[in-house]
Write a protein that binds this ligand. Structure first.
Ligand SMILES: *[C@@H]1O[C@H](CO)[C@@H](O)[C@H](O)[C@H]1NC(C)=O
Ligand SMILES: *[C@@H]1O[C@H](CO)[C@@H](O)[C@H](O)[C@H]1NC(C)=O
Ligand SMILES: *[C@@H]1O[C@H](CO)[C@@H](O)[C@H](O)[C@H]1NC(C)=O
Ligand SMILES: *[C@@H]1O[C@H](CO)[C@@H](O)[C@H](O)[C@H]1NC(C)=O
Ligand SMILES: *[C@@H]1O[C@H](CO)[C@@H](O)[C@H](O)[C@H]1NC(C)=O
Ligand SMILES: *[C@@H]1O[C@H](CO)[C@@H](O)[C@H](O)[C@H]1NC(C)=O
Ligand SMILES: *[C@@H]1O[C@H](CO)[C@@H](O)[C@H](O)[C@H]1NC(C)=O
Ligand SMILES: *[C@@H]1O[C@H](CO)[C@@H](O)[C@H](O)[C@H]1NC(C)=O
Ligand SMILES: *[C@@H]1O[C@H](CO)[C@@H](O)[C@H](O)[C@H]1NC(C)=O
Length: 510
């Protein structure tokens, strides 16, 4: 009983992780210029561009914005990036990592485009061939309205939006170029955020936001609107999307403040105690971080040497810079894209969105457990890339989509004749039984669902995503699983068969 309770709590902790917040890495607009480099300058411009991009990332990580200039004369590249000021450091890094890969859709390599800007709701990145850091407006500024019409009193919404954006645009220049807030009148609430970029001075910020205010009113009565100007960003929405800025962004500042207050008000003993505590915490953090770095370093070395290693650039190109049209699906741990490698081989590339610590565990699981496992009913892991801005896993490509796709479309569901279903049931069960009984490292999948059962052209079932796999204790031949609150014991094979049969014979979908 206690065991199952413990297990439940453990599982809840694993899945409902309160630390996972939203980096708002959703694209608001990608704007590329139409200037290109003349042929003799291309090579230099591109290498300056790459050098600038490499310099931007560490700066973002330390100060949340970055302005970089690289190169000389006609091949100088200017780059600027910044996160929205309400994001945590971790979300800022995540948002920026995505932003950096997506700006390549302006095709700086293929067509030598000399400028581009990418607005995400959590961060911003721009590169160009002239000094633009203090600019407020330009002809490429854009207003992007949401698709959904507001259900409710539109004139109340418009009035609230106007009041809100007037207030935000007045407040932001006074408060370090950033302001969030909301307005509620007559049961309608709108939320908003205004931010000017770091090098846009006070008067330019005011000017930029004033223009943004006049443009954003064209979006009402849509539920959402954004103005994406050269020097500022303004957004309203009927959903709360920002983090409340009254929450502390950095714990370390608070720690010192606390230490100072305590020291001033209490005895030398208290001071000593505080110093000891601070030293202890700092030391612990440093050791922890060093440990994580060493773990990461060791893994990087191992992966680099192995044949499992793929280069980030190759995978990026293979998936057309993770273009939406290549997207195969979205899972809990990341999204999956179809890619074609330079040798013509078709693969599925999974992008993992995890912060470093969680990611190391996840990665370790997936790569180490699965790369040795070969079975006709299991999706094969071909390799990975962890040296780039985000980590990628490369799987064999299974052409006929997942069972989930068949269940979500009635027409496709009818394709699954009983012989086919029998084949799928048997194949899935064989795959699971292999994981449970025959493979060297015994694995419990723990996330069997329709979208994790892929189908080959001949309807051979293939089980995907071993992300939640855990090692199977050597001396145990039976597993326990909590179903609907009751602890039941099954032989793994019968469990597997039951599970799949119940999925496939679900007649409520017919
Ligand atoms: C580039 O775009 C600008 C406006 O954005 C336009 O005026 C200009 O004609 C374009 N130039 C070319 C070569 O397409
Ligand atoms: C441009 O980047 C390269 C490579 O990082 C560096 O060696 C060089 O000093 C940079 N140039 C300028 C002008 O910052
Ligand atoms: C830079 O480009 C301009 C026009 O494209 C040209 O007139 C000038 O000579 C170039 N300067 C250098 C140093 O290449
Ligand atoms: C602010 O920046 C603009 C250019 O964006 C410049 O024209 C103006 O003189 C600057 N104002 C101050 C007070 O520095
Ligand atoms: C923004 O508003 C100005 C007038 O205030 C207008 O000229 C411009 O076209 C608008 N821009 C967009 C992107 O709607
Ligand atoms: C919207 O609200 C205003 C002010 O409360 C009211 O005068 C108007 O009749 C309402 N419109 C609708 C369609 O309910
Ligand atoms: C903006 O709203 C806040 C809170 O409602 C208020 O305290 C502040 O005075 C307003 N600022 C302006 C310029 O209207
Ligand atoms: C921030 O949160 C507090 C309480 O959670 C709330 O009173 C306050 O209005 C919020 N501020 C903004 C700008 O949303
Ligand atoms: C606001 O909503 C509540 C419940 O949703 C309703 O009882 C009330 O009449 C509404 N007030 C106005 C002014 O629409």
């Amino acid at each position: 009983m206690f065991n199952s309770l413990f297990l439940l709590i453990l599982v809840l902790c694993l899945f409902v992780n309160p630390c996972l917040s939203d980096p708002r890495a959703t694209e608001a607009a990608l704007i590329c210029t139409n200037k290109t480099s003349p042929m003799p300058q291309r090579q230099t411009y591109i290498s300056n561009f790459l050098a600038a991009m490499n310099t931007v990332t560490p700066l973002i990580a330390t100060q949340r914005y970055a302005a970089v200039v690289n190169g000389t004369g006609n091949t100088t590249v200017y780059a600027f990036g910044e996160c929205m000021k309400d994001l945590t450091k971790n979300d800022c890094d995540l948002c920026f990592a995505r932003c950096k890969t997506q700006i390549l859709r302006c095709l700086p390599f293929q067509r030598a485009i000399r400028g581009g800007r990418l607005f995400y709701d959590g961060c911003y990145l721009r590169y160009d061939d002239y000094y633009f850091f203090n600019e407020a407006l330009s002809v490429q500024d854009k207003t992007v309205c949401g698709a959904q019409e507001f259900v409710g009193n539109g004139s109340v919404l418009s009035a609230n939006v106007n009041q809100l954006v007037m207030n935000l645009s007045a407040e932001a220049p006074k408060f370090d170029g950033f302001s969030v807030g909301f307005v509620t009148n007559e049961n309608v609430t709108v939320y908003g955020l205004a931010q000017c970029w770091e090098f846009v001075n006070g008067s330019a910020c005011e000017y930029c936001l004033a223009k943004a205010v006049s443009n954003i009113s064209s979006c009402t009565p849509k539920e959402e609107g954004r103005v994406l100007n050269t020097g500022c960003y303004l957004r309203y929405s009927t959903e709360k999307f920002y983090y409340n800025s009254t929450q502390p962004v950095r714990n370390s500042n608070q720690g010192t403040k606390l230490a100072i207050t305590l020291a001033a008000t209490s005895s030398a003993l208290a001071l000593l105690l505080v110093i000891a505590t601070v030293v202890f915490i700092v030391r612990k953090n440093v050791l922890k971080r060093r440990g994580e770095r060493e773990q990461l370093g060791a893994m990087l070395a191992t992966v680099n040497k192995s044949k499992l290693n793929y280069s980030y650039e190759v995978l990026e190109k293979a998936t057309n810079y993770f273009h939406n049209s290549n997207k195969l699906g979205q899972g809990g741990s990341g999204s999956v894209y179809k890619g074609v490698l330079p040798d013509g081989k078709v693969v599925a590339v999974k992008r993992l969105f995890f912060n470093t610590r969680q990611w190391v565990d996840h990665f370790f699981n997936e790569v180490n457990l699965i790369s040795d496992i070969h079975h006709k009913n299991l999706v094969k892991l071909l390799g990975c890339s962890i040296a780039g801005p985000e980590s990628l896993l490369v799987y064999e490509y299974v052409p006929n989509r997942s069972l989930h796709d068949y269940f979500s479309a009635k027409r496709m569901f009818q394709l699954l004749r009983w012989e086919v279903r029998y084949k799928i049931i048997l194949g899935t069960a064989e795959g699971l039984a292999y994981l449970h009984e025959e493979s060297e490292t015994r694995i419990i999948h723990r996330d069997i669902k329709l979208s994790n059962i892929l189908l080959e052209e001949d309807f051979t079932a293939k089980i995907a995503d071993f992300g939640l796999a855990r090692l199977f204790p050597e001396n145990k031949t039976h597993i326990s699983t909590g179903i609907a609150g009751t602890l039941l014991t099954f032989h793994p094979y019968s469990f597997a068969v039951c599970n799949v049969i119940s999925l496939l014979t679900n007649t409520s979908l017919l």
